[in-house]
Design a protein around this ligand. Structure first.
Ligand code: CP3
Length: 343
C-alpha cells in the first residue's frame, strides 16, 4: 500500500526504517505563533471553541515541522463541560471545575446525547482540518479516558495523587461507577462524531491510569477503554485507535490486545528496549522520548532519539514523546529531533 499515509501504515502493523513522528501538545505555548493566536482568541477555552482559530493552531506545527500527524486542538475537559460541569482555566495554574462529591452531583449532569450542541464547534474544527491538511498528514481526534476525566470532575482540578477520586471510588462506589459510565457513554458519542467529521485515528488519553492498582485498574482503566473501543470499532470497523494508559507499568503488558487498541502509547518510565520485547509483540508502540530533552537539546536529544528508533525499529513504531512538550521547550530542538529521526 504505497499510497497509504505513513502513520496509518504503522498503525496497520508495518515496521519502517524511519518511523512516522508527531508530538503530544505539538500545538502549544512553546510556539510563538500559538501564543499569538491564543491572544487573538482571548483565552484557551475560547480558542478551543473557535473552529477557524483551533484549526489554525492545529496546522501551525504541521507547517513549521511537517509532522506525520496533526492532533485536533481541543481539551479532554470539554466533555465534562458539555455534560454540565462548570469549567475555567486559571492562568499559570490549570483547570478548575465544579465538583462531584456525591449522588446529588450526578443529578446535575446531562445525558450522553445532550453534549453535541456544546461540542459542535469541535466537530467543525475537524471538518475544516480534514479539508486543509496536506495529503500525507493523518488527522488524530482524541478524548480523555473516563478515569482521568473523572479525577478532574471529582476534585475540580488537577491533583498530584488523585486522592479525591480514589476516596469517592472507595466510599461511594455507586456514584463513582455512575460517573465512569456516563463519561464512557458520552466519550463514545463524542469520538463517533469526530470520526464522522473526518478524524482518521482516535487516541484515548488516560493520563492518571498509573494511580489505579490491581483490580481497580482493570475495572476503571481497562474496562472503560475496552467498551469505548468495541463500540467505536463496531460503528467504524477500519478506525485505528491509540490507547495511552500513562504510567501503567507492568499493566502495559497485554493492554492493547485486551482493550482492542491498534497502538499502545508509552510514557518515559518504560524503556524502549523493554517495550520492543514486551509490548510491540502485540502491535504498534508509540513513544517515548523524555519531554525534558526538548528543553535541553544537544547531543543528548539526538542520541536518545536515535536509541529509541533503533530499539523499536523491528516492529511498528510511531515516534513521540512520553508526555506533552512543555512551554519551555526550544522550537529549534524540534528541528534537531526531526533531523535525528529522519536524517
Ligand atoms: O496534543 C495536542 O496538541 C492537542 C491538544 C490537547 C490539549 N490538551 C491542549 C491544551 C490535548 C490532547 C490535551 C489533553 C489533555 N488535557 C490531557 C491529557 C494529556 C496530558 O497532558 O496528560 C489533560 C490531563 C488535559 C487537561 C489540561 N488541559 C490541563 C491539566 C491543562 C493545564 C496544564 C497546562 O499544560 O497548561 C490543560 C491546558 C491545555 N490543554 C493547554 C493546551 C495547549 C495549555 C493552555 C494554554 O494555552 O494556556
Amino acid at each position: 500500500m504505497p499510497d497509504k499515509k505513513k502513520l496509518l501504515r504503522s498503525l496497520a502493523g508495518e515496521a519502517m526504517d524511519v518511523p512516522p513522528v508527531w508530538l503530544m501538545r505539538q500545538a502549544g505555548r512553546y510556539l510563538p505563533e500559538y501564543r499569538a493566536t491564543r491572544a487573538q482568541a482571548g483565552d484557551f477555552l475560547s480558542l478551543c471553541y473557535n473552529p477557524e482559530l483551533a484549526a489554525e493552531v492545529t496546522l501551525q506545527p504541521i507547517r513549521r515541522y511537517g509532522f506525520d500527524a496533526a492532533i485536533l486542538f481541543a481539551d479532554i475537559l470539554l466533555i465534562p463541560q458539555a455534560l454540565g460541569a462548570d469549567l475555567w482555566f486559571v492562568t499559570g495554574e490549570g483547570p478548575r471545575l465544579s465538583t462531584i462529591t456525591d449522588a446529588s452531583g450526578m443529578t446535575r449532569m446531562k445525558g450522553k446525547d445532550d453534549i453535541h450542541e456544546r461540542l459542535s464547534p469541535i466537530y467543525e474544527t475537524v471538518k475544516i482540518l480534514s479539508g486543509e491538511l496536506p495529503a500525507e498528514t493523518t488527522l488524530i481526534g482524541f478524548a480523555g479516558a473516563p478515569w482521568t476525566v473523572a479525577t478532574y470532575m471529582i476534585a475540580g482540578r488537577g491533583t498530584p495523587d488523585q486522592a479525591p477520586a480514589h476516596k469517592l471510588r472507595e466510599e461511594d462506589p455507586e456514584t463513582f461507577s455512575a460517573l465512569i459510565d456516563l463519561i464512557t457513554e458520552a466519550t463514545i458519542e463524542y469520538l463517533d462524531m469526530q470520526v464522522k467529521a473526518g478524524a482518521e485515528v482516535v487516541k484515548l488519553f488516560d493520563s492518571w491510569a498509573g494511580s489505579l492498582k490491581g483490580d481497580s485498574f482493570d475495572r476503571f482503566a481497562l474496562a472503560p477503554a475496552k467498551r469505548i473501543i468495541a463500540e467505536l470499532k463496531s460503528r467504524h470497523p477500519d478506525l485505528p485507535i491509540i490507547a495511552f494508559p500513562r504510567e501503567a507499568g507492568d499493566k502495559y503488558i497485554g493492554f492493547a490486545k485486551e482493550v482492542g487498541a491498534d497502538c499502545l502509547a508509552i510514557d518515559t518510565s518504560v524503556d524502549a528496549t523493554w517495550a520492543a520485547e514486551n509490548l510491540q509483540i502485540d502491535g504498534c508502540v508509540q513513544g517515548n522520548l523524555d519531554p525534558k530533552l526538548m528543553v535541553t537539546g544537544g547531543e543528548a536529544l539526538r542520541s536518545e532519539a536515535k536509541r529509541i528508533c533503533a530499539a523499536l525499529k523491528g516492529g511498528p513504531h510511531i515516534f513521540n514523546l512520553g508526555h506533552g512538550i512543555t512551554p519551555d521547550a526550544d522550537p529549534e530542538n524540534v528541528h534537531h529531533l526531526l533531523e535525528a529521526i529522519r536524517g
